[in-house]
Design a protein around this ligand. Sequence first.
Ligand SMILES: Nc1ncnc2c1ncn2[C@@H]1O[C@H](COP(=O)(O)OP(=O)(O)O)[C@@H](O)[C@H]1O
Ligand SMILES: [Mg+2]
Length: 307
Amino acid sequence: MLMQIHQLEQHMPKPFGIPRFPELKLSLPPLLDEPTLIIDSRSNRAFRTTGLLGSGGTAKVYGVRGVNGFGREQALAIKIPVDAEYSRLLIAEKETLERLDHPTIPKAQALIRFRCRECLVMERVGGNSLRGMIGQLTAIEAVRTGRLVLGGMNYMQLRGYTHNDLKPDNILLVGATVKIIDFGIARRKNGPAPEYVEGTPHYMAPERFRLKAPNEKTEIYSFGVLLYEMLSGELPFNATSVSELATMHMQTIPARFDNERITPELVGIVLRMLAKDPEQRPTIEEVIFELDFYMIAHAISTNQQTQ
Ligand SMILES: Nc1ncnc2c1ncn2[C@@H]1O[C@H](COP(=O)(O)OP(=O)(O)O)[C@@H](O)[C@H]1O
Ligand SMILES: [Mg+2]
């Protein structure tokens, strides 16, 4: 296991744990220049890009104008893998998105082939990523945002999926709601154990470093890291190497965070989500209850103050 982590570190800062397929290593030009016209080499459907919307570890996402099935023009997004070997993530992402239908999850439209890569055409989502708000949220804003994410997570779990890469970068704040994006490593629950450790090490449950299949409890752990970070402005565990992070997730007790606006119950549930033993972590229903309770208590006390 440690061997594996050590080997994976050699690939950093490339996305952690993405298996490599040497047979797919074609001599492609890197995706350096900004494409303006994207033509699907299978259907010849064309898209004109309107600008870069964002980039992550595996892909760049461009805004495009496209025509929908009814001939109406619409604003879409195209996710283009930075390396052809990541095409498999976008194929998987499209399959997952097609099975999910929820206001917090963007809709997939098509897979197109461009520069020998599989690219995902999807609903374009406005708004900025939660990453830019870390350290600036009030407690009630953090709880409200977390509650919206939990709504999407709960829906995914009921449909039998786990996202496996929950983090502020993959949550977009859109008006009064959120969109969860980046379903490349989402999996059906109770599937086979993964062959490689996949995900973002700062947010991963200890058992995922031991190649246990992701489930509700691994997802609750990642949500715990996310809520901890939103409430305190800091990650519970921070280090530069994957093996150090793995050890911290497995052994280190996270520091308590304090803030006069945060109740002991809220701190308690966040720390329980970060339990090393998955059995000790709360269920999603318990977390929903605690966050709803906090929001109701906050609304009542704000009302009393203004009366
Ligand atoms: N549907 C979308 N609409 C608008 N922006 C998007 C959309 N999907 C992704 N983005 C932007 O592109 C960035 C990278 O997308 P993401 O799917 O997270 O790629 P990666 O798998 O490389 O992390 C996101 O952080 C976000 O800013
Ligand atoms: Mg991402």
